[in-house]
Design a protein around this ligand. Structure first.
Ligand SMILES: *Cc1c(COP(=O)(O)O)cnc(C)c1O
Length: 365
């Protein structure tokens, strides 16, 4: 272990935190991603000093030169995870080691210096402990943690930055979609793809989101909530939504999800649901599924449910699918029993109501 793996965090208390009464009011109905806590983590990297200046300090803006690399060449990656309230008032993270590993893989793909995985986990633990009063207790609510890292060298030449800032901010959140998780309508993107083989599809980088926004805007124009992307080569196989993985449920009780072949983000929710479904005795296939087959199976009744999944929205039923050449309803257009059962199984573990048989929880206090 190098020196930078073992450093501890300096704590600088925010001199002007949000008053307790105001915080309590905000936690009543936090929405998603608009209520921020008082502190943030920062750690700096330079070639001379390695990772240094690890700190939990007041949440504030960055002062960056206009020629900072991230503004021009988008060397930026992020993670998304949650701290959950437990019935006894304690709190836990969920598989933070998996986020740490994915963050490392994303860094390598974007030619950024990876943050040591243990330092990543310590950083989210440290911030969550400091912000313990910001973790909402309501069902489905949590403290959303957003670790991210960006290139800070000041240079217009094209090369990997020699300097980075790693940061973690936190946001108290309710459920992602207003009104819990009603079924969503998807727009099949035929004009745009999200990721091509050899590209950055399996890295969690801001650039992938920038590339998905025009398709998302098209979906909204068409009266749909989310986009479903097809593969970039054959334009046939379902990949994922802009920020969620997807599962299909069949009338023989089996499940299917697209395989991780490099163009899909390897979701930790996806991985956890595969495990939980198998625990329930269900068969899960990781195999490609074509859009025409999806329509045919929905119409014949062979397909009974489909749902999207991710940390932010947990499990979201897919009710309808629309596209220039497509239009079909799944089941009765609402939440199906398999999606509901898997969602409950996952939330029960995350909120400490069910046994943690896979060692997924990282209890903080
Ligand atoms: C983050 C993300 C997901 C979901 O990953 P989780 O680890 O389950 O939150 C799925 N797709 C994309 C594109 C993502 O960025």
């Amino acid at each position: 272990m190098t020196e930078s793996d073992t450093q501890t965090f300096l704590f600088e208390k925010n001199p002007n935190p949000v008053p307790a009464s105001e915080r309590e009011a905000l936690l009543q109905n936090p929405g998603f991603g608009r209520v921020f806590t008082d502190h943030m983590v920062t750690i700096r990297y330079s070639e001379e000093r390695g990772w240094h200046d690890a700190k939990v300090g007041p949440r504030k803006g960055f002062d960056l030169d206009p020629a900072t690399v991230v503004f021009h060449y988008a060397q930026e990656i992020f993670e998304g995870m949650k701290a959950y309230r437990l019935p006894d008032g304690g709190a836990t993270l969920f598989r933070p080691d998996a986020n740490a590993r994915r963050f490392r893989n994303s860094a390598l793909r974007l030619a950024m210096t990876p943050l040591p995985e243990e330092l990543f986990v310590e950083s989210v633990r440290a911030l969550t402990r400091v912000e313990r009063d910001w973790i909402p207790a309501a069902d489905g609510a949590a403290l959303y943690l957003r670790p991210f890292m960006f290139a800070t060298e000041v240079l217009l030449g094209v090369k990997p930055s020699a300097e980075y800032v790693y940061c973690v901010i936190a946001s108290s959140v309710g459920s992602y979609f207003k009104g819990g998780s009603p079924a969503v309508t998807l727009w099949v993107s035929e004009n745009y793809t999200r990721a091509a083989p050899g590209g950055t599809g399996e890295a969690k980088c801001g650039g992938n989101y920038a590339a998905s926004l025009a398709a998302q805007a098209e979906a909204i124009e068409q009266g749909c909530e989310q986009v479903v992307f097809l593969d970039a080569v054959e334009r046939r196989y379902i990949e994922e939504l802009g920020g969620m993985n997807v599962f299909f449920v069949f009338n023989d009780g089996s499940l299917q999800t697209p395989p991780l072949t490099g163009t899909i983000l390897p979701g930790i929710t996806r991985d956890s649901l595969i495990t939980l479904a198998r625990d329930l005795g269900l068969t899960v296939r990781e195999e490609p599924y074509a859009i025409d087959q999806w329509q045919a199976d929905a119409q014949s009744g062979r397909l009974t449910e489909a749902f999207a999944c991710g940390t932010a929205a947990v499990v979201t039923p897919i009710g309808k699918v629309k596209g220039r050449k497509y239009g079909f309803t799944i089941g009765d257009g609402g939440a199906g029993p398999v999606a509901s059962r898997l969602k409950a199984a996952l939330l029960d573990i995350q909120n400490g109501r069910a046994a943690d048989r896979h060692g997924w929880l990282d209890r903080l206090f």
